[in-house]
Design a protein around this ligand. Sequence first.
Ligand code: SF4
Length: 405
Amino acid sequence: MSFYEIDSKINIIPSKCSDPWFWTSAQINPYRGCQFNCHYCDGKANYYGIPKFGHQIRIKRDVIKTLTRSLHKLGYRKKSDAKQKKLSSFLSKSEILEEREILPKFIISVGGGVTDAYQNIEKEKEITKNIIKTLIEFEFPAFFLTKSTLILRDLDLIGELNDRSYAGVNISVGYSDEKIRRLIEPHSASTLKRFEVLAQFREADIPGGISMMPLAPFIGDSDENIDTLLKWASESKAEHALIAGLTLKPGNRELFFKEFLMKHFPQHVDKYKLIFPENNTYGIPKFDKIKIPNVTAIGHELCKKYNIYPRIKRYIPDGVIKENYLLVEHLYYVHYLLSWVNNKPHSYPASRIIKFACTIDKLEENIRDLSEDKREEFLDGPAFCHQIVDEYLKTKDNKIRKEFE
Ligand code: SF4
């Protein structure tokens, strides 16, 4: 394993739409690459351009400086700065945005996706720890995704951030059988240790749950595996459980086949070739030649048994219109049902819901106060989206949702 430093280029630009699973709108990665080197990791795909993923770790220099500057540019201030009203003394005029009493804050994800912010090098570097301290100063909401026990070191800080604004944790798990876990996630903590971590966060009243992503076909997609993980999640007082299957983008697909599947599960290679053909840009599984279980649908049903919500409850910050935010949460839920539980990810009508919902998030007045004409004008979307909104405003529910409950 080799390490070297690179300049941090953190420039927080909130995405137009919040992430449909985690509600995050921006990401801070203190490192590039990940020592845990899980065999399925999406970060290995050519798309991300991270050479020698899992063998070379790039450590970002000056993360705190660039993060602070970036938040200033967006118009946010540390609480102490706000008191002193000295914003103009350290920013150029062009960088000063109009000061508003409350700027709505979006959720920043710390790590996740292509790096684990609590991989082993963090023990020594403490970049993630300093990121949290900075977010506390800005009272900026954040979400933490990890499969590392090291996050326990920062439990108090994350608790403080949660007290000041919001902080949630998501512990990633996927394999209840330790023999399989050791093969597919060879350098991370055991699944049970991760649940112990979650239990401590929940004990401290910090919002948290699990993600079972990705559950690999024929290896982690059995009802028994999902049921066991949800049982452990329930014992750890998880609030949410997000469940989804495997994707294998080019680059990652080849490594997964060569370094994992052929070595440990050669009996599945031919089936995987049908499900994950070559040059499949987004790596989405194909179900036309071979049937595999829909893990999201299985998990959705089992979540009811354990009284765990299959989504993350949305944090609603100050400065936004609560009813609009709740409506968007509802629309995202309908999207989840149509695209994931119903097994049609990326289908056209489902993806239109997210776009439509994002427009509502940006509205500056309560949607309930808009006339029908104005709603048509502001909300550009297909008729079925308008129907969902109308139904929700009347009944706080909708028939698609009822079909799945
Ligand atoms: S811990 Fe996460 S980021 Fe790290 S290798 Fe595993 S899946 Fe990838």
